[in-house]
Ligand binder design. Structure first.
Ligand code: HEM
Length: 177
């Protein structure tokens, strides 16, 4: 049991190390090579990262809704635990880091610091990131069979990232102020 846990930890740690190394290598090449059209490349990868982050942010509360109906300790409940943990660690967490890193890089490259639309967008993104923090806690609660919230609660929560996403995309694309 202990051996399996150590192996699991090493595997996860290695995967994180490799992901960070690859990201840093790509960032390094872009910084030093400064290809023409760098800004548009950054924006394209920013949007790709946003899509991955949002896909997870919209799907995870759905899993919580179904998980509420599964008896703690049942096979179904254990399957949901694996799905939730993997979705969070393999997709949602790295996608959030990439979205932030590329977004801030765009701010720097584009000189957007003073733009009011960006400040408003920033506020909404901080709320979205806070919600991400709650997801982490809820995955942990389900993982320890300690969830006390109802399926209705998660159904309502499911609407929050949708509303935030609509606001953020409208601000980024229309730049109304
Ligand atoms: C994490 C912090 C973020 C920062 C600092 C940031 C910053 C930026 C910047 C500076 C641009 C370039 C704007 C332009 O060149 O016109 C941009 C583009 C964009 N961002 Fe973000 N962003 C962040 C997160 C997000 C999130 C969470 C979403 C969606 C939910 C999002 C959606 C978009 C879209 C759709 C564009 C393309 C806009 C266009 O080309 O018209 N961003 N972002």
């Amino acid at each position: 049991m202990t051996e399996r846990l150590v192996l699991q930890f090493v595997r996860r740690y290695l995967r994180a190390e490799i992901a960070i190394a690859v990201t840093l290598a790509i960032a390094g090449v872009l910084v030093f090579a400064k290809p023409s059209g760098l800004y548009l490349w950054l924006k394209a990868f920013h949007v790709i990262a946003v899509i991955a982050w949002m896909a997870g942010m919209l799907y995870l509360p759905r899993l919580f809704v179904y998980h509420c109906d599964a008896e703690p300790g049942s096979r179904q409940s254990e399957t949901f635990k694996v799905m939730e943990r993997r979705l969070l660690t393999v997709i949602i967490n790295p996608a959030m880091v990439a979205t932030w890193a590329l977004g801030l890089w765009l701010v720097w490259e584009g000189g957007w610091h003073q733009a009011h639309w960006l400040q408003a967008k920033f506020l909404l993104v901080i709320v979205l990131s806070g919600l991400h923090g709650f997801y982490v806690r809820w995955v942990r609660d389900f993982g320890n069979d300690r969830n006390r919230r109802s399926a209705k609660f998660y159904r309502i929560i499911n609407e929050v990232p949708t509303v935030l996403m609509i606001g953020i995309v409208l601000l980024a694309v229309l730049k109304p102020f």
